[in-house]
Design a binder for this molecule. Structure first.
Ligand SMILES: [Zn+2]
Length: 180
């Protein structure tokens, strides 16, 4: 077996090794260049603990809230919340949201969706999941994204990319590398 074939064999072995968490790539959720990150490890970057990214472009119910992971992933939808821009008591504060489930207790979530015809469980790459809104615990319309292991939010996925307050949340910009 030559070196190239050995590399292919090794890659196939890793890909087939079920149950091993891998690194994914996450882009900004809003396809408008003014969208940015306004909260990271701490709310508003200086308040209480948050350990997630909040991203917005100051609009509500106008722009698509897009699937952030590069490549095809299954986004399971949890809906039922009425349209809201400045918060509601729904789904334990998550509002309308999606979960992508990975290995070893890891998941990636996108919260506070303003539901529309695009909202529902689906497998896709960068598709519209609904609109940017503020369902659940939200003081304004934004996208909340977190990467958790056994329900504990982790920060490495965005700190490793250097994403902080003011970073671009445009859909063409990478904001982090979640584990799944
Ligand atoms: Zn948040």
């Amino acid at each position: 077996m030559n070196a190239k074939k050995m590399m292919y064999a090794a890659a196939a072995l890793v890909a087939g090794w079920a149950g091993v968490a891998v690194s994914a790539t996450a882009k900004g959720p809003i396809c408008e260049t003014s969208a940015n990150v306004n909260s990271t490890t701490y709310y508003n970057c200086s308040g209480s603990s948050h350990t997630a990214l909040d991203m917005g472009n100051a609009s509500c119910g106008e722009w698509n809230h897009r699937a952030m992971l590069s490549g095809s992933f299954y986004y399971k939808y949890y809906g039922g919340c009425a349209a809201a821009c400045y918060g509601s008591d729904c789904n334990g504060g998550a509002g309308n949201y999606y979960v992508v489930t990975g290995a070893n207790g890891w998941d990636f979530r996108q919260l506070h969706i303003y539901a529309n015809v695009s909202s529902g469980s689906k497998t896709c790459d960068g598709c519209a999941l609904g609109l940017v809104g503020g369902t659940g615990s939200a003081t304004g319309p934004h996208v909340h994204a977190d990467n958790r292991q056994y329900a504990t939010r982790k920060s490495a996925w965005y700190t490793s990319k250097g994403t902080t307050c003011g970073s671009s949340a445009y859909c063409g910009n990478v904001v982090g590398y979640p584990t799944l």
